[in-house]
Design a binder for this molecule. Structure first.
Ligand code: FAD
Ligand code: NAP
Length: 313
């Protein structure tokens, strides 16, 4: 029986593993279906993690520096995709994709979330080279420049407003003339002078060269009129898929409390509604979706796991 099964090997999972093993737990395995590191390994540059401030270093370089330390105290890694977590009596059964399973006293789920892609021409090719899904991460790279934002939801409008404090102009492009975002957020965006709202408009292509994004080909859906917008960056906020499938039972029901957007409800200790089950990082409610926060969540969850196991003994 594992003391703790950690599912997902991004910043939250790796940090949980470091804290759990350094805190004295002997039998801790992190199940990560790929190489450890998580979604930050897709980033071309990271400059908002304190203590790591080297220009030109990629997310991959950054996560490389985590590996040796996080595994130094006995954390084990198995490259396995987890299908399901179930609580059976006092313990958990963690089932792998191939049907085999392992038992664990506690589980920390850190499977993250995935920004939705739109499929617009050029999006994949220029992903991370001017196409971003994170204004907090990449907004500063466009300080004093003009950028574009796609989307009409709360995230797009809130992030457009955030970018308006950094960029000279924010072109908010939405495919309809009505926004999903809450009326107060729409109102705030409309009152912001340097946000240029472009509605009923689709982005037909994101154009770029070896250096990254250079502009957008736009088309107004009502008039059919085509236009070009020269921008070095576009932020896409088409929603997120929370990677929460491991928390569903055979009947497709979640085993713990979730919010309406499929994020795991946790308290400030990263406890879920099921005792012994914790969730950390981008998949939890109100996650700011930042590495520094995911790492903090992982540490918090691991410290709680240690207390929980001590209480059970
Ligand atoms: P993730 O990093 O998403 O890790 C989850 C892990 O779980 C993945 O490795 C996945 O393979 C694994 N997994 C999922 N399902 C299963 C399963 N069923 N079984 C086994 N393993 C599974 N943040 C910043 O602070 N600064 C930045 O500059 C920054 N830039 C970014 C740039 C890009 C392009 C992207 C995409 C994100 C960026 N972020 C940045 C956000 C940051 O990457 C995330 O907030 C952070 O990685 C979340 O960590 P996490 O551990 O919660 O989840
Ligand atoms: P969302 O509400 O699903 O909005 C996604 C937006 O992207 C929509 O406007 C959608 O257009 C657009 N879109 C999707 N696919 C597209 C495509 N292929 N091409 C062009 N546009 C596309 O996602 P979200 O903004 O991330 O919000 C998710 C949930 O979190 C929402 O329920 C939201 O209220 C909530 N949230 C709340 C807060 C807050 O309360 N402060 C903050 C952030 C998020 P259409 O509108 O035409 O479909």
């Amino acid at each position: 029986m594992l003391d703790c099964a950690i599912i997902g090997g991004g910043p939250a999972g790796l940090t949980a593993g470091l804290y759990a093993t350094r805190g004295g737990l002997k039998n801790v395995t992190m199940f990560e279906m790929g190489m450890p590191g998580g979604q930050i390994t897709q980033s071309s540059e990271i400059e908002n993690y304190p203590g790591f401030y080297e220009h030109g270093k990629t997310g991959m370089d950054f996560m490389d520096t985590w590996q040796e330390q996080c595994f130094a105290f006995g954390l084990k890694h198995e490259m396995k995709k987890i299908e399901r977590v179930a609580k059976i009596g006092e313990h958990f059964k963690v089932t792998f994709e191939n049907g085999e399973s392992v038992e664990a006293m506690t589980v920390i789920v850190c499977t993250g979330s995935t920004p939705k892609r739109t499929g617009i021409k050029g999006e994949s090719e220029l992903w991370g080279k001017g196409v971003s899904t994170c204004a907090t991460c990449d907004g500063f790279f466009y300080k004093g420049k003009s950028v574009a934002v796609l989307g009409g939801g709360d995230t797009a409008l809130e992030e457009a407003h955030y970018l308006s404090n950094i960029c000279v102009e924010v072109n908010l492009i939405h495919r309809r003339d009505e926004f999903r975002a809450s009326p107060s957020t729409v109102d705030r965006v409309k009152r912001t002078e340097n946000i240029n709202i472009i509605t009923d408009t689709i982005i037909e292509e994101i154009e770029g060269d070896a250096m990254g994004v250079t502009g957008l080909k736009l088309k107004n859906k009502k008039t059919g009129k085509a236009s070009n917008l020269e921008v070095p960056g576009i932020f896409i906020f088409a929603g997120h898929d929370v990677n929460n499938a491991v928390l569903k039972d055979e009947n497709d029901e979640f085993i713990c409390k979730m919010n309406e957007w499929g994020q795991v409800v946790v308290d400030l200790s990263m406890k879920t509604s099921i005792s012994g089950l914790f969730a950390a990082g981008d998949m939890r409610i109100e996650a700011p979706k930042q590495v520094v926060v995911a790492a903090g969540d992982g540490a918090t969850a691991a410290l709680q796991v240690i207390s929980y196991i001590q209480e059970q003994a």
